[in-house]
Ligand binder design. Structure first.
Ligand SMILES: [Zn+2]
Length: 683
């Protein structure tokens, strides 16, 4: 039976770049959607940029743009990044759309008609200078518990306490710096507390296929939030915000806007509606209350509350269908740690593409780490290199490379019919099991099983040695048979991997002379079929490419580290511990000679005395010191334990000299008081 399925990924926010953390989710979703399509199901994948709210409004103001113009540019950039990784949306839309406005209003009116909306006057912090109410994250001040300064209005990053913004000591507006005042305002609330019985039932229930709506870990979270039998701890949900706000105005409530989290999930509907209107699909069939179709949301674990509770209740009490399942995943760490801008592991999708790394490598690696649980997954960069090279290049692509030459040269490109092959029967036997793994989002298991099949094929290659058969007199028929089995085996492996490696599958289809790869190819042989010339399908990952990627991400934050507005501390890097600091060996050094570098307008060459040895360091401060010779004899502070770095054609730099960046873009060398000697440790 053909299933009809609507699938979504969470909507990326239109104020920031797509990074590998986003990519985990969109790759996870895309693999699932491609698998369903390969199986012949009718599956639609919709997404959009999430465009509303205070952060977008303020970011646009800062850039001197209308928010509409800013979000249009951001959406284009997001879509280019996702497309670069072959994320195959059927529609990638925007929440700032007429469809989304219409559905947001319709849902709101329906909830209101059902008695689920209530208005209350609340007190909120207001920025008297900027004339706007301040969201929690836009109020800062001293933590009432541990007294750390400059903490956000919702929780303290130092001690972890959560509190109301009104509890901060000496609060100030992060927008203007002014001291906020309390001001009353009418807000609209969605009476979520009244939906508790329904949510109890839905969150612990199953869909029409008998599968649970939520993962077991998510259900445990729900029990925490929903409380025990009969009593609920669910708070009503404030769905309105006051002008100025970038969003949709609430019907019959001038100056009041829908909170961005109300219209963001409605964006799934709006994106699908836009697709339906373009293609003639029946929207109601998917969204009516008694819909027989399936709808799944892939999300990060941090937005479970919004989806499982708010969104599901909104749908239910405005007369629409509810989700068939919500699939949450964990966060991405890199080399076992939180992604870090200063370490260069906050890797943007664009930098990965710009550095020329193959997106299918990352798709494969991420998939090899994903399962159905809500666990964080780690991108270990060394493991990334070795796994991609050993699995994809060593085990998989090489099968085609080794067999295709003989088929082309000796058998006019034609395969022998090998329908009865025992090797191929073994490969075909995995089809339903591996399909089950994909269906249940156990991708790591699917890929382990597929690579085990690839191992069987490679053992077969070693046992039959086509390159030796080719040299033996009268073994042509056997050579033809073995190579045809290998090309068939390669086809089956390609079909198994097709959800993960769409580009490779597409190129392989050309080589195999097939219109496309489908799941049927996991269990079919090709017969006496003519294939095309083999062209190499995938290169190995080189260590240098990964090093360059990390370097590029480090540089991009240096470029982004703009001077702070007067009087404000803008951190350029995440928090560092004492241990991090102690890793940097800084020393006093004496300038023996400083000179301009021929062919470079940026660099100065320093011969330095570190006391224990002499070194050469290149520093990019030429623009700030037009007369380098006047630096001779002075002291500087330099990092002494960086790995030597080759500076293009100019030579090797053995460290880094510290300087301060002034607000007008000049660099000023650091000095040390009299008495310090070359080689003295700085700390
Ligand atoms: Zn604190």
């Amino acid at each position: 039976m053909t299933r009809k399925i609507l699938v979504t990924s969470a909507l990326p926010y239109a104020n920031g770049s797509i990074h590998l953390g986003h990519m985990v989710e969109h790759i996870q979703t895309d693999i699932w959607v491609r698998f369903q399509k390969l199986r012949g199901h009718e599956c639609y994948y919709c997404c959009a940029d999430d465009t509303h709210g205070t952060p977008v409004m303020l970011a646009a103001q800062k850039q001197g743009l209308q928010p509409e113009d800013m979000i249009a540019g951001v959406r284009e950039a997001h879509l280019a990044d996702f497309t670069g990784f072959s994320i195959g949306y059927d529609n990638y839309y925007s929440t700032h759309s007429p469809e989304n406005k219409a559905f947001s209003e319709k849902i709101y009116r329906a909830l209101k008609a059902n008695g689920k909306i209530e208005s209350r006057v609340i007190e909120q912090l207001f920025d008297p200078e900027k004339q706007m109410f301040l969201p929690d994250r836009f109020v800062k001040g001293e933590c009432p518990k541990c007294h750390t300064k400059d903490q956000y209005g919702d929780n303290c990053e130092s001690c972890g306490t959560t509190y109301a913004p009104t509890e901060l000591i000496n609060p100030y507006s992060a927008v203007s710096g002014a001291a906020p005042v309390l001001k009353e305002s009418e807000h609209f609330f969605f009476k979520l507390g009244e939906c508790a019985d329904f949510l109890q039932e839905w969150t612990s229930g199953n869909n029409a296929l008998g599968k649970p709506h939520l993962q077991p870990e998510a259900l445990n979270k729900m029990k925490e939030w929903l409380g025990g039998d009969g009593e609920t701890s669910l708070s009503d949900w404030d769905i309105s915000r006051d002008a100025p706000y970038f969003g949709f105005e609430i019907p019959d409530a001038p100056g009041k806007y829908f909170y961005v989290w109300l219209d963001a999930p409605v964006g799934y509907m709006a994106s699908f509606k836009n697709l339906c209107d373009r293609t003639g699909l029946d929207f109601d069939e998917f969204f009516k209350a008694d819909s027989q179709t399936e709808m799944y949301h892939f999300i990060g674990k941090d937005i479970l509350y919004f989806h499982a509770l708010f969104w599901t209740a909104m749908l239910k009490f405005s007369g629409y269908r509810t989700p068939s399942g919500i699939f949450a995943h964990g966060f991405l760490t890199v080399d076992g740690q939180k992604m870090s801008k200063s370490r260069g592991t906050f890797i943007t999708a664009k930098s990965y593409l710009d550095q020329g790394l193959n997106p299918e490598w990352m798709r494969y690696y991420i998939a090899a780490k994903l399962n159905s649980k809500i666990e964080d997954i780690d991108l270990n960069l060394n493991d990334f290199i070795s796994r991609v090279n050993s699995d994809l290049v060593g085990k998989y692509v090489n099968i085609a490379a080794r067999a295709s030459g003989f088929i082309a040269k000796r058998f006019e490109g034609r395969l022998k019919d090998v329908a009865g092959s025992a090797l191929l029967a073994k490969l075909a036997a995995g089809s339903e099991n591996i399909a089950g793994c994909y269906e249940n989002r156990e991708y790591a298991k699917a890929l382990r099983d597929i690579m085990a099949l690839a191992d069987i094929v490679n053992e077969y290659v070693d046992a039959n040695k086509p390159w030796e058969l080719a040299k033996q007199e009268g073994r042509d028929a056997r050579l033809h048979e073995v190579c045809s089995e290998l090309i068939n085996a390669f086809t089956m492996l390609t079909a198994y991997l097709a959800p993960v490696l769409p580009k490779v599958a597409e190129q392989a289809a050309k080589f195999l002379n097939l219109p496309e790869i489908t799941w049927e190819h996991t269990r079919q042989t090709l017969g006496g079929h003519a294939i095309n010339k083999y062209e190499h399908l995938m290169q190995r990952v080189e260590q240098k490419q990964v090093d360059n990627l990390i370097e590029a991400n480090k540089q991009s934050i240096q470029a982004a580290a703009v001077p702070a507005e007067a009087g404000k501390f803008v951190p350029v890097a995440g928090q560092a511990g004492f241990d991090d600091f102690m890793k940097i060996d800084m020393r006093v050094a004496k300038v023996l000679n400083c000179e301009a570098v021929e062919g470079s307008t940026k660099l100065l060459k320093f011969d330095l005395d570190f006391g224990f040895e002499k070194r050469v360091i290149f520093s990019g401060i030429a623009a700030s010191y037009p007369n380098p010779a006047e630096l001779n004899g002075r002291m500087v502070i330099a990092v002494a334990n960086f790995a030597p770095r080759k500076m293009a054609k100019f030579g090797v730099s053995e460290g880094m000299i510290l300087s301060a960046a002034t607000a007008d873009g000049k660099l000023k060398l650091l000095d040390v008081d009299a008495g310090a000697q070359p080689g003295d440790k700085v700390g």
